[in-house]
Ligand binder design. Structure first.
Ligand SMILES: Cc1cc2nc3c(=O)[nH]c(=O)nc-3n(C[C@H](O)[C@H](O)[C@H](O)COP(=O)(O)OP(=O)(O)OC[C@H]3O[C@@H](n4cnc5c(N)ncnc54)[C@H](O)[C@@H]3O)c2cc1C
Ligand code: HEM
Length: 397
């Protein structure tokens, strides 16, 4: 909780800081990477940096945290903090690094806001920063304790399966001489994958585990991100497609992520995905099928065409094993008889009272589905989602 004096100062300066926060974070990253170039090469996603998306996520989360502190001083925005902490833990962020970020962030604030940053203003925002940082450090510490510390482990590709023209599944096992047990995960979680790129950078990306928990194999399904007229091809996805074959090794984090299946009761579930957002949903369905889940499950998926629908066979087969599942599919083209043509539209999909929903896909898809679910009476707190990139939704963007 902020001290009363800091709360008043933060409230008074929020509009000015909010208006300048894009510029502040731009300067922050420029200063951070000038001082520590290895962080851009080997930790931060340099594609996101070039596109500016991560900057918006960090700035948005600090502004959202400050607003929460002044508007609801007695509670913490736990959903936001937990999501960031899972991402940080999958990247191996250490508590000491928060002081470095603080130093460069506050230099940037002073540069951008100039004389407006009086000692009181600096003290109040320092308090905001450390309240957020310490909350994240505490959650990350707990996650590391549960997972045996931040650790990159070498896994070997034992199978590489083409799924569609632009999606490949990799199945990985620990090296033969690695005696450590494989930690299990919860359906919906992801791992960070670190690859060595030809220019010497070690870039990291997250991939959802796309098979049921409970085996010694980690399975990820990667969509290749192509270049288009204005943006370059995705670095890591194309590297994995072009260079990683059976027998090759990859560095993986332990599994993290807070979009996890909660199916211990009879609550009706709805699993909605679009495109490559299908990966956590297939893991969830596999888990439900394996555990003999009997409560109603509604499966919703939208894709460009059946041929583009990655893991389509598994998706359908696991749903078919559930006694009370209904499947609703939309394809933009070549829709077979049991699917609709066009974008997902839940108007005619029955949604039971008390449904708990899981969403994964592009933001416009999730916004549309979330809106329709709320119209149909689903409680906002029962709608959980995963964004396959910096979570701009988190901060209300
Ligand atoms: C929790 C989570 C789970 C995920 N699960 C999966 C999954 O199961 N399967 C999957 O395929 N993906 C998944 N992703 C997405 C994955 O992590 C990567 O983001 C994706 O593979 C793209 O990475 P890339 O390195 O190929 O692209 P990047 O190099 O990171 O590029 C990303 C985008 O930025 C653009 N960009 C790069 N440079 C510039 C520039 N200079 N100017 C403008 N734009 C630029 C690129 O064109 C591209 O569109 C997940 C992400 C998260 C966060
Ligand atoms: C209070 C301090 C911090 C805040 C508020 C913060 C906030 C965030 C947010 C909102 C995200 C995006 C999460 C998502 O989309 O799921 C993120 C990701 C990330 N953070 Fe932090 N962070 C902080 C400290 C740090 C520190 C100390 C480091 C290490 C130097 C760090 C490194 C990263 C990296 C590497 C990513 C992923 C970047 C990417 O994929 O582009 N963060 N952080």
């Amino acid at each position: 909780m902020l001290t009363e004096q800091s709360a008043a100062t933060v409230r008074a300066t929020l509009p000015a800081v909010g208006a300048a926060i894009g510029e502040i974070t731009e300067r922050f990253y420029a200063g951070l990477f000038a001082a520590r170039p290895e962080l851009l090469r080997d930790l931060f996603n340099r594609g996101n940096q070039a596109a500016g998306t991560q900057r918006q996520a960090l700035a948005g989360s600090i502004a959202a945290f400050a607003v929460h502190l002044v508007d609801h001083p007695d509670t913490r925005p736990d959903a936001m903090l937990t999501r960031i902490a899972h991402k940080h833990a999958s990247l191996g962020i250490a508590p000491e690094q928060y002081a470095l970020v603080h130093q460069h962030l506050f230099t940037a604030i002073a540069d951008v806001l100039g004389e407006a940053v009086t000692p009181e203003v600096a003290a109040a925002w320092t308090e905001v920063y450390w309240l957020m940082a310490n909350a994240l450090i505490a959650i990350e510490r707990r996650l590391y304790e549960e997972n045996g510390g931040p650790e990159w482990r070498t896994w070997q590709v034992v199978e590489r399966v083409p799924e569609t023209e632009d999606v490949v599944t990799f199945r990985l096992r620990p090296l033969d001489d690695d005696p450590r047990p494989v930690r299990d995960f919860r359906a919906g979680q992801y791992v960070s994958v670190r690859v060595a790129l030809p220019d010497g950078a070690g870039q990291i990306r997250q991939y959802s585990l796309s098979a049921a928990p409970g085996s010694g194999v980690r399975q990820i399904s990667v969509k290749r991100v192509p270049a288009d007229r204005t943006t370059p091809a995705g670095e890591v996805s194309n590297h994995l497609h072009a260079h990683v074959r059976e027998g090759d090794v990859l560095q993986l984090s332990e599994p993290y992520g807070d979009l996890v299946l909660d199916h211990r009761d009879d609550t009706p579930l709805l699993l909605a995905s679009a495109g490559i957002g299908v990966t956590p949903m297939v893991a969830m369905l596999a888990r439900l099928a394996e555990t003999g889940h009997r409560a109603p499950v509604t499966v919703v998926h939208a894709d460009r065409s059946p041929a583009h629908h990655a893991l389509r066979t598994d998706h359908g087969a696991y749903a078919a094993k559930l006694p009370e599942a209904s499947v609703h599919l939309w394809y933009e083209r070549e829709a077979p008889q049991d699917a609709a043509t066009g974008l997902a539209d839940l108007t005619d999909v029955p949604v039971r009272p008390g449904t708990r929903a899981y969403l994964c896909g592009p933001l416009p898809f999730m916004r549309a589905v979330r809106g329709q679910l709320i119209e149909k009476g689903v409680a906002p707190a029962d709608i959980h989602y995963e964004v396959f990139g910096p979570d701009l939704w988190l901060a209300g963007a």
